[in-house]
Design a protein around this ligand. Sequence first.
Ligand code: ATP
Length: 206
Amino acid sequence: MPVRKPPVPRLVLDNVSCMRNAQQILRHVNATLHDGSALVLSGTNGSGKTTLLRMLAGFNKPTAGQVLWNGHDITNSGVFHQYKLQLNWLALKDAIKDKFTVLDNVLWFELLEGKEGNSVPALELMGLGKLVKEKARMLSMGQRKRLQLARLLAMDRPIWLLDEPSVALDGEGVKLLEYIIHGIERKGGLSFAPRIFLLQWRMPWF
Ligand SMILES: Nc1ncnc2c1ncn2[C@@H]1O[C@H](COP(=O)(O)OP(=O)(O)OP(=O)(O)O)[C@@H](O)[C@H]1O
């Protein structure tokens, strides 16, 4: 009888350590993530949550251990070239173009991704449907965060790295984020394959 091999985990943190300025920030971190899973990073200020996310985004290299994507070390330049195209990165700095409309701030990224048709449903899902023609500079902090999330939904890349995604969101915004992470949001024609989420989360986890 043929034996079916278990699937290779999409992402593996293999004994990862990180030093910054001679200070040990991360020590022997291990995690295995398959499609459809979420890893929530919580901890005290300065404990290394952002450092870990930045490492997964390729901004810092581990000083020991490795991050494997489909079994390949992401610090290998050929691998990184492909890996970075898998990332939906949400940072505290929002990279929103104030002079563009709300819609164009999402549409441009969707088009660059070679996709179409997701921008308006993503903005509607995030409660910004009535603001699509407004300039982004008109948006409040929470609305800017919603715009960032709409952009990620429209780009629909498989690995989501979210640094403090709940900051500035109201209760309803947090609920939407929870639905997205749980993969149960199917409103407005948006649906996507199981994704991996790694996120820094301050509030008690849902
Ligand atoms: N660019 C840097 N150079 C040197 N040390 C840094 C740098 N960035 C962060 N650190 C240090 O790394 C440690 C971890 O920082 P990090 O930002 O990862 O923490 P965090 O868990 O995300 O904190 P917070 O909850 O406050 O956001 C801190 O001690 C910080 O001083």
